[in-house]
Write a protein that binds this ligand. Structure first.
Ligand code: UD1
Ligand code: PEP
Length: 459
């Protein structure tokens, strides 16, 4: 069946293009008319992609603002569903928030409750990190357990044990974490904490908690992710005394109060890596900025091993130049500076068209390979055993209806769709919207042919 669809004004191509729609028997049944993304593959990309502020920084920074008795201004804030959710949570705590473009003003001077609502926290793990800042600021906090998600169970035992080490009494009742500082003056007490694994969230929760504790805290085996450094930098700008963020040992000398700061978040390295892979898989050339090239070392190195050219044009700009011949590589996800789990799905999409076989070992989450089945629907040849996938390259992916199962899986499917022959329909876009600011617009501006529609896909 043939249909003609106008891709709209944001597209570089204003002329309607021909789409080949799949026969109804080939499409999965959609139960609702939730929006889907329709992608017409094989359009060459070229141009420049602006990179937004880092989701995983912003969410932690927003939790960090609760430490300030005078509020905060955060710049470079992307327009994401997760940011909106975090704003909603902070507002229930009494924070007054106003947004002007990419600038977020948070008046945290008067927190009216120490208790965050289940309906909101259960939808977003990062909100749990605010346990550390609420407890430090108010001396007590009630935070629903965030629960697991599609990619894994994601316990919070390290957060809880660390807070206990800082002198908090913590009790979990009916799915709510109740924590209060046991000292007479209501302040947490500095302590030496060793994390069994370098958890990003636990490092952030405990670092925030320790900024207002009495005495010195040392976090050993701390996470070294750039987002941890960003949060430390915000806390330092608010008057905290923190040393060593970005290394595996962070030392915090507690202070009594934190003050106003005007802070700009780092660019999103995961978003940048996603566009880097988009350039590679479509054998196109894309530049992007602002980026911090040092945050992208693992991604750049894997791309170069595959046969993609990556050029650093300036301090904050890189260009990715796709090629014709790609060779498969192995990937093992690890804490920073290792290869990030948040880039695994996107790189797997690229491996599907590389020559030879590559082994992808997901070591951070126990269930982060659900995109394998969807990529295979698109003609990929991936075999899966537990958390290890063997990707054997195929000459060409073919467009198919696919379901996004989590945030980075959704990005991988979009990328695969850009390179596939024919039309790909990506469902489950609420995942994509959690972490990609205006992704369709950014891709259309460099030549991609895709659009979002509420039309019910034919069944
Ligand atoms: C909002 C945010 O910043 N999210 C990122 C953050 O998540 P998040 O901070 O949740 O990830 P962690 O670094 O804590 O998790 C890493 C591993 O440690 C385990 N773990 C963690 C805490 C704990 O108390 N006990 C425990 O066992 C987790 O289940 C997981 O298997 O870092 C992850 C790892 O880079 C990224 O994938 C997420 O995008
Ligand atoms: C897993 C991710 O996010 P979160 O920790 O917010 O679920 C991610 O950004 O890929």
């Amino acid at each position: 069946m043939q249909s003609t669809i106008d891709l709209g004004t944001a597209s570089q191509t204003t002329e309607p293009i021909e789409l080949t729609t799949l026969a109804s028997s080939e499409m999965p049944q959609l139960e609702t008319n939730a929006p889907v993304l329709r992608i017409i593959g094989k359009a060459p990309l070229s141009g420049h992609v602006p990179i937004s502020g880092a989701k995983n920084s912003i969410l932690a920074l927003m939790a960090g603002t609760l430490l300030s008795s005078e509020g905060c201004r955060i710049r470079n804030v992307p327009n994401l569903a997760d940011v909106q959710r975090m704003s909603d949570i902070l507002e229930t705590l009494g924070v007054k928030i106003s947004r002007n473009g990419e600038v977020l003003d948070l008046d945290t001077s008067n927190l009216t409750t120490n208790s965050a609502p289940y309906e909101l926290v259960s939808k977003m793990r990062a909100s749990f990190f605010a346990l550390g800042s609420i407890l430090a600021r108010l001396g007590s906090a009630k935070m629903p357990l965030p629960g697991g998600c599609a990619i894994g169970a994601r316990p919070v035992d390290l957060h809880v044990r660390g807070l206990q080490a800082l002198g908090a009494y913590v009790q979990i009742e009916h799915g709510i974490v109740h924590a209060h500082a046991t000292s007479r003056n209501g302040r947490l007490q500095g302590a030496k904490i060793y994390l069994d694994c370098p958890s990003v969230g636990a490092t952030e929760t405990l670092m925030m908690a320790a900024t207002l504790a009495e005495g010195e805290t040392i976090i050993e085996n701390a996470a070294q992710e750039p987002e941890v450094i960003d949060l430390a930098d915000l806390c330092i700008a608010m008057g905290a005394k923190i040393k060593g963020a970005g290394t595996n040992t962070i030392t915090i000398e507690g202070v009594e109060k934190l003050h106003f700061a005007d802070f700009t978040a780092i660019p999103d390295r995961i978003e940048a890596a996603t566009f880097m892979v988009a350039a590679a898989i479509t054998r196109s050339t894309l530049s992007m900025s602002p980026v911090v090239p040092a945050h992208l070392t693992a991604a750049i190195s894997k791309l170069q091993d595959i046969g993609v050219t990556v050029r650093q044009d300036s301090e904050d700009t890189i260009t990715v130049i796709g090629g014709d011949n790609y060779r498969a590589v192995d990937i093992e996800t690890l804490p920073y500076p290792g290869f990030p789990t948040d880039m695994q799905a996107q790189f797997m999409a690229l491996l599907t068209i590389c020559e030879g076989s590559g082994v992808v070992n997901e070591t951070v989450y126990e269930n982060r390979l659900q995109h394998v089945a969807e990529l295979n629907r698109m003609g990929a040849n991936i075999r899966l055993k537990n958390s290890v996938a063997v990707v054997s390259g195929v000459p060409q992916l073919s467009g198919a209806p696919v379901m996004a199962t989590d945030l980075r899986a959704s990005a991988a499917l979009v990328i695969a769709g850009l390179a596939a022959d024919g039309e790909t329909t990506v469902m489950g876009l609420h995942h994509l919207d959690r972490g990609y600011d205006r992704i369709e617009e950014k891709l259309r501006n460099v030549g991609a042919k895709l659009y979002r529609t509420n039309e019910v896909v034919p069944v």
